[in-house]
Write a protein that binds this ligand. Sequence first.
Ligand code: CA
Length: 227
Amino acid sequence: MDMVNILIIEDEKDIVEAIEYNLKKEGFKVSHAYDGPTGLKLAKDKIPDLILLDLMLPDISGLDICKSLKKETRTANIPIIILTAKGTEADKIVGLELGADDYITKPFSMKELITRIRTILRRYGPAEKTSEKILKFDDLEINPDRHEVKVGTKNVELTAKEFALLEHLAKNPGRIYRREGLLDTVWGIEVAIETRTVDVHILRLREKLGKAGKHLQTLRGVGYKFV
Ligand code: CA
């Protein structure tokens, strides 16, 4: 298997060292930049498999880096995990709106960071092709091929949209989906419907799934994620 390249853009050297040490131990290839311009250059030159991006950088802000990467075709698809300090809630949401895949609040555990990285890489990586496989979470079973959902041994009857929504969320556990994004993917951008539609469907899904409804988590003001 090819080594996965991860780029860290973060001005706090202690944090960079700690992340680098732990990621290398996990078998990742790691490079780093302590400032925005260097980070941006490395990202464009090397096209890493994933970027860990600090928002509070001395020169260019992390948000501007994110914007700049998402604008260019070559770098637009590099997954980004934002590293934020507590109390920068607004920036975090802007980051997600700009196309970052996830965020993690400092201080974070390395174990959690690595889990998030693996989740995102799985989504982007070749393993993603095996989407026909049955998704299983505790006693919740989703069969994308047959459009079937089971909780325990019981079949759950879902509408096409409810199924699509559940399947979409469950394929990337832990990933945060904004309601607008879900509308685009599940309903299609051409449909002029409100984000409340997503809420209503989630509510109904939760009811129908019963105990397994706990997998659908609300991130107030942001969207939803499957846990
Ligand atoms: Ca910083």
